[in-house]
Design a protein around this ligand. Structure first.
Ligand code: SF4
Ligand code: FES
Length: 261
């Protein structure tokens, strides 16, 4: 057996054990990302850093997944040197995998602050502008949260038209239609769930009630156009094409009516 010191505590270990194995068996938490018990250690992620004290008292950083125990060795799994080394490793890793929950979790446990995870939004404000300037609802706004400008949705104002999702260049806002329900989400969080109405022509779900109400209000002075709102885009087009054709046709001959009588 080998006797060495882990955080100033004397421990015994089988020769050939790694510091990581011994520490974990002793209930000491060391973070790892590239370690797998079924594989040989590779030392890639460097988050398992520990400090080894030399005879001079100076500390040097080693990787606990690779480091084999040695007689009399003094190992520390925390402290400023360890924190610095893990911090460097985690910052590099987060640049490679910015949305990784696991890396963020390890960083939080280590007390390391990482930049906010990218949310897919490039802050172009197209969604906010279209909702205000075209739809007239102002259901979206920009607001500072945790030091970062974020698009925030107001579910009360949202009519579920989906214009913001259609205009968003990065798909940070999405719409999902499932049966008779349309769901609008930002950053994966739902901010609107709306029942859909069926088209009176083909029967397909096509728009939300609040969306139709808005269109009806906007086109109130044009009763003929208003009727189109009960049809999906395809049927409305068919309907208006037919109207155009009928309008262009010459009026029916009187003789037709006579023959029918
Ligand atoms: S959610 Fe999309 S449209 Fe809105 S600001 Fe972000 S990237 Fe632009
Ligand atoms: S666990 Fe990745 S370097 Fe040790």
């Amino acid at each position: 057996m080998i006797t060495f010191y882990l955080n100033d505590r004397e421990v015994q270990a089988e020769p050939d054990s790694t510091v990581l194995q011994v520490a974990r068996a002793a209930g000491i938490d060391i973070p790892t990302l590239c370690h797998h018990p079924a594989l040989k250690p590779a030392g890639s992620c460097k988050v398992c850093a520990v400090a080894v004290e030399k005879l001079t008292g100076e500390k040097t950083i080693m990787l606990s997944c690779l480091l084999r125990v040695k007689e009399g060795m003094r190992v520390f799994t925390s402290g400023e040197e360890v924190h610095q080394a893990r911090s460097r490793a985690l910052n590099k890793l987060i640049a490679l995998a910015p949305t990784s929950e696991r890396i963020r979790h390890i960083a939080a446990k280590e007390g390391i602050e990482l930049p906010p995870a990218p949310d897919g939004c490039i802050r172009c404000r197209l969604c906010i502008r279209v909702c205000k300037e075209v739809i007239g609802k102002e259901a979206l706004r920009m607001e500072k949260q945790d030091g970062l400008q974020m698009v925030i949705a107001d579910p009360e104002r949202c009519i579920g038209c989906g214009t913001c999702a259609n205009i968003c260049p990065t798909h940070a806002i999405t719409i999902q239609e499932d049966g008779g329900t349309r769901t609008v989400s930002i950053r994966g969080e739902v901010f609107g769930r709306h029942e859909l109405l069926r088209c009176q022509g083909c029967g397909k779900y096509y728009a939300t009630e609040r969306q139709i109400q808005l269109m009806e209000r906007r086109t109130a002075p044009h009763p003929q156009v208003k009727e189109h709102h009960h049809y999906c885009a395809n049927c409305a087009k068919l309907f208006s094409d037919r109207l155009t054709v009928l309008e262009k046709q010459p009026p029916r001959q009187q003789t037709t009516n006579k023959r029918q009588r």
